[in-house]
Write a protein that binds this ligand. Structure first.
Ligand SMILES: Nc1ncnc2c1ncn2[C@@H]1O[C@H](COP(=O)(O)OP(=O)(O)OP(=O)(O)O)[C@@H](O)[C@H]1O
Ligand SMILES: O=C(O)c1ccc[n+]([C@@H]2O[C@H](COP(=O)([O-])O)[C@@H](O)[C@H]2O)c1
Length: 206
């Protein structure tokens, strides 16, 4: 009988800031995806976002505060340290070299999965990693689901899995706006992240 490869979760994001839905996704991945390890990748330069991200050292520090207590989980700073735009494909290629025996499982919300065909080298991304997608409804009218048939034809062997996550109406955009208005963030981000935002006066101006 063929032995199943150990599965390593890959979860990237701007994490500006990391919030309770991100932590719930990571926990759901650990609970349901049979992962031997989960790696968290704060984005370096988000070429696909039209606003500048907060300083990488803040997003990295907050990612540690948000994720370090989860079992089998580590925050990996390589995308922040890498020069140039952040492409997930570069990270997957590096991990493939470092962990040749692992099956990589790339975790994302449905908003990103529905845009996957706009990612740099998206077909190669699909040939390297299983894509695990969590429900995410956005205000733009999407129903929150991911439908692989909405993508252009995917390469043979591409594989999608559903990540069970109850709908969580939380976004970093909304949290930054609340912080600018001086609102309490403690229901939306882990307590240590809320303290960090306060101590470092993050998101005070829009
Ligand atoms: N509430 C949520 N439900 C499901 N997935 C989510 C949710 N929030 C974020 N994600 C997923 O987490 C990953 C990282 O998201 P990101 O750091 O950009 O947070 P965000 O809340 O989408 O930020 P922003 O509002 O600034 O765009 C993406 O794959 C995104 O789809
Ligand atoms: O590689 C790409 O071209 C690419 C395009 C869009 C998003 N991503 C990655 O997807 C992850 C989630 O993106 P975001 O914008 O929701 O934070 C994060 O790790 C991004 O670097 C990657």
């Amino acid at each position: 009988m063929a032995l199943r490869k150990p599965r390593v979760g890959v979860f990237g994001g701007a994490f500006d800031p990391p919030h309770n839905a991100h932590v719930a996704m990571a926990q759901a991945a650990l609970d349901h995806l049979d992962l031997s390890a989960l790696r968290i990748f704060p984005t370096g330069q988000a070429w696909h976002k039209d606003r500048p991200l907060s300083a990488p050292e803040h997003r990295l520090a907050m990612s540690h505060l948000a994720f370090d207590d989860l079992p089998r989980t580590s925050v990996d700073a390589r995308e922040i340290l890498r020069a140039g735009p952040t492409y997930t494909l570069d990270t997957l290629r590096e991990l493939q070299q470092e962990l040749p025996d692992a099956q990589l499982v790339l975790i994302m919300g449905a908003d990103q999965a529905n845009a996957l065909h706009r990612w740099h080298g998206w077909e190669e991304v699909l040939s390297i990693a299983i894509i695990s997608v969590a429900y995410r409804a956005l205000a733009t009218g999407s129903d929150g689901q991911f439908d692989p048939s909405s993508l252009p034809p995917v390469p043979p062997g591409a594989h999608f899995e559903k990540l069970q996550l109850p709908p969580m109406d939380i976004s970093a955009t909304d949290i930054r706006a609340r912080a600018t208005r001086g609102e309490d963030l403690r229901q939306l981000v882990p307590p240590a992240v809320a303290r960090y935002i306060e101590q470092h006066h993050l998101y005070r101006s829009a």
